[in-house]
Design a protein around this ligand. Sequence first.
Ligand SMILES: Cc1cc2nc3c(=O)[nH]c(=O)nc-3n(C[C@H](O)[C@H](O)[C@H](O)COP(=O)(O)O)c2cc1C
Length: 193
Amino acid sequence: MKKTEFDLTGPDVMKLSWLLSNGQVVMLTCCNAEKTINGIITACWVTPASHEPLLITASVGNGEKGEEAYRACHALINETKEFGLNLPTPELTEALLKVGTTHSNEVDKFAETGLTPMQSNKINAPMIEECFLNIECKIIDQITTGDHTVFVAKPVAVFMNEDVMTDGKFSEKYINKNNQVQICELITAWNLW
Ligand SMILES: Cc1cc2nc3c(=O)[nH]c(=O)nc-3n(C[C@H](O)[C@H](O)[C@H](O)COP(=O)(O)O)c2cc1C
């Protein structure tokens, strides 16, 4: 196949990031120290980073290089050093869109989407009841990479729908890609390519 050069300085550069992050989309939850403001981000730059100890990184826009990467949740996460990771099924696609295109300091995303806040066990941030896997995380390190901050976090409690795993095996329902939400599907559905 003949290759054409991709323009790293052109307007399509963000699409390269989308292709590279064709993985599970999550809803990241957080709150302020007083627990009076809740935030949710649709996020796909979330990845396991170590087995031992078990660590997960989440890359969150910090707005340092302009409005494009401003995330109201960045300040909340920085304030409490914790967040929740909630894995959605395709029924939550509309909610993912709303959460990923509005700001938590302007709208109450739980009220806006109808998602149900669920009390966490070991962190203050609420989890999302409708999601099949809820991972409570505490941040142990962070690095500013550019217009995003990579938060390194340790899972401290994990809850899942009772049908997700039986006898140490994940149910077909959840391993099946039809029950996961992948970023490229969302981008295709929203005509963002
Ligand atoms: C499919 C999708 C994936 C996204 N992934 C990320 C991500 O990994 N990190 C991030 O900071 N923002 C990501 N965003 C953008 C945020 O969800 C979006 O800017 C959101 O409105 C921020 O909310 P906030 O202002 O309440 O923090 C993504 C958006 C979409 C639609």
